[in-house]
Design a protein around this ligand. Sequence first.
Ligand code: GLN
Length: 257
Amino acid sequence: MKMLRIMALLSLLMLVVSCGGTKESTGASSSKGKKYIIATDATYAPFEFQENGKYIGIDVDLITEIAKIEGFEFELKPMDFGGIIPALQSGQIDGAIAGASITDERKKSVDFSDPYYETGIVAVTNTANTTIKTGKDLEGKKLAVKNGTAGAAYVEANLKGKAEVATFKDTVSMFQAVTNNQADAAFEDYPVIAYALSKDSASKLKIGTEKLTTGNYGFMVKKGENAELITKFNEGLKKLKESGKYDEIVAKYVGKK
Ligand code: GLN
């Protein structure tokens, strides 16, 4: 009898303890404690790239500082750019900072933050190339694009049926095709090719044309979801701009603008 009472008491105690525990962890995971999964491009210097096994770059520093100011935790998930919007749509990731251009087409499936960096596409050619100087010169050429990018969309909209197009999964292999003369031109964002050239004086690449488009990068979430994350990003970005920290981050990678 006594034993039974002790056992009953013990299980009551355990119930109380476990309830208490649950209550506490619910409290901790309320907006402040949620850990967001945020994707980034696997390689997109100076926005995201690895140095000594650690991810750094303008996007990585921005999201790190914004998370600090706005009080949220995140896990960075590097992936091929072409997989990012599908991963947002299927709910595998909560947000993405990947040098992603704000476009009307993308706005159908994602919500963007305020713009955080100015960009635009240029055609990248081999240093030996003398025939490509304008968008028009790209007709009849062998072109290299990166899957799912604004560059690929530009080619689809402007050069479809007028040129031979090969699709690559990352910037490195796309540039390689131009270096090896397998392609006459690749399409990349000005800040990315300008950075690559500034780091490699022996590069066989050059900027072949003026900017073919203009635009801005934005942080992305799935359309209609994670609005609180967009708000936090925008508020954090504003504070980083006001404090001068934004300029500091940009200058760390590309010098003063
Ligand atoms: N800015 C380009 C786009 O949004 C390329 C992005 C990237 O390759 N990471 O499509």
